[in-house]
Design a protein around this ligand. Structure first.
Ligand code: PGA
Length: 255
């Protein structure tokens, strides 16, 4: 299975900055074989990014969406609108959305269902906080997040599910998880996906690790048996450095 490395730019980059990044980044695209590369810019730069990525093999994703297709939801963006912009993937339930914008399990579940309905590929984010880990609740938290988002979806899902394991304490802190802990969480993700959605979906599932991924540690994660890629924040903002991170992952994988 191809590795999948996704850039989550969060609230960074204007249209002009997005264009400058992609023009430079595309020069490296010939060296990405064996890796599915995805860029998730802010909403305002999606149209410009779509234009520049067309035909490059690099995929386009959004960082969030609302679940309804239209209606009186001031400030929200619908799955239909994302499709309109050529978006293929959508990040759902990132810990910053859960923590800073009050997204709960029910809302995240509705968003996952809407993504599937509109044939957007969800990247569902799960992960424990530091205090949950310290109190020994990591597995229980992951199970709760996964079951509430996935249970009962059997039949609605194609094989294109991506789940990012992102321990909250590792995001943006420079303190990545230990590979053994990431593997244990990723293997729990696989187990729950099999229980909720069956073997066929499990076979197409890609589990990403996210949280302080850099060029010099990505190989420690992408070579783990249950991990098939990474969701990268801070280290995805500079074109040559992000291309270097992708090439480091390829090298570690022996491509
Ligand atoms: P980080 O963010 O790579 O800056 O830690 C990862 C994420 O939030 O997806």
């Amino acid at each position: 299975m191809d590795l999948m490395i996704a850039a989550n730019w969060k609230m960074h980059k204007t249209i002009a900055e997005t264009e400058a990044f992609l023009i430079e980044f595309k020069k490296f695209a010939g060296r990405f074989s064996g890796v599915e590369v995805l860029i998730c810019p802010p909403y305002t730069a999606l149209a410009a990014a779509h234009k520049l990525l067309d035909g490059s093999g690099i995929k386009l994703g959004a960082q969030n969406m609302f679940f309804a297709d239209h209606g009186a939801y001031t400030g929200e963006i619908s799955p239909v609108m994302l499709k309109d912009l050529g978006v293929e993937y959508v990040i759902i339930g990132h810990s910053e959305r859960r923590r800073l914008f009050g997204e709960d399990e029910m809302l995240i579940r509705q968003k996952v269902e809407a993504a599937l309905l509109y044939r957007l590929k969800p990247i569902l984010c799960v992960g424990e906080t530091e205090s949950e880990r310290e109190r020994g609740f990591t597995d229980a938290v992951l199970k709760k997040q996964l079951y509430s988002a996935l249970e009962g979806l059997r039949g609605k899902l194609s094989s294109d599910l991506v789940i990012a394991y992102e321990p909250v304490w590792a995001i943006g802190t420079g303190r990545a998880a230990l590979p053994a802990d990431a593997e244990s969480a990723a293997s729990l993700v696989c187990q729950v996906v099999q229980e909720c959605l069956g073997t066929q979906v499990l076979q197409g599932l890609r589990v990403q690790y996210g949280g302080s991924v850099k060029a010099d540690n990505i190989g420690e994660f992408t070579t783990l048996p249950s991990i098939h890629g990474a969701l990268v924040g801070g280290a995805s903002l500079e074109a040559a450095a992000f291309a270097g991170l992708i090439m480091a992952a390829r090298e570690a994988a022996g491509h």
